[in-house]
Write a protein that binds this ligand. Structure first.
Ligand code: SAM
Length: 159
């Protein structure tokens, strides 16, 4: 699953070459674009904090630069749900914030709507993920010009 898939490019598209992919995004426009751009994947317009999937229905969940747009209080419960959606041994790959920050910016990348961010520090994210039962496999800083960057977490539900 690609959680917060945007228009499906590049992540869902790359994954759909090898796997059955479900993309989830809250934006109607992005889901319409994703369906056109990545016909091999299935897309669902939904709020990731409310969407329902059966337990143990995915081998992997990927979420790049998306969970940080959800209010922080919703993120920890979301990690617990991701854990449940994964089969034992399943992988969760997420790009999250590197430091605590909450804010809204207008005109971000030319967007007409204001953009909202809310993220914890990398240490807090690691603790929340481990508290859910995930095993940490990789934590890596992802630099970004003009910002503190992000942190990539690769964690696994134990067998
Ligand atoms: C910065 S984009 C990243 C898109 C894609 N993952 C990528 O790396 O190109 C963040 C995406 O998260 C989606 N998003 C934000 N809040 C969401 C929510 N509550 N549920 C589902 N998608 C959400 C937005 O619509 C947007 O497409």
């Amino acid at each position: 699953m690609d959680l917060g898939c945007g228009c499906g490019v590049p992540t869902s598209r790359l994954l759909a070459d090898k796997f059955r992919v479900v993309g989830v995004d809250i934006s109607d426009v992005q889901i319409d674009r994703a369906r056109q751009l990545v016909p091999k994947a299935t897309f669902r317009r939904a709020d990731m904090t409310a969407v329902r999937f059966p337990s143990q229905s995915f081998e992997a969940v990927v979420s790049l630069y998306a969970i940080i747009h959800v209010p922080l209080r919703e993120q920890r419960p979301l990690f617990k749900r991701v854990f449940r959606w994964l089969r034992p041994g399943g992988l969760f790959l997420a790009i999250l914030g590197s430091g605590r920050w909450k804010g809204i910016e207008s005109g971000w990348l030319g967007s007409e709507s204001p953009m909202f961010w809310d993220h914890a520090s990398a240490d807090t994210y690691q603790r929340w993920l481990e508290d859910c039962g995930f095993l940490l496999e990789e934590r890596k800083h992802v630099p970004e010009k003009g910002s503190k960057g992000h942190v990539l977490f690769r964690v696994r539900r134990p067998e």
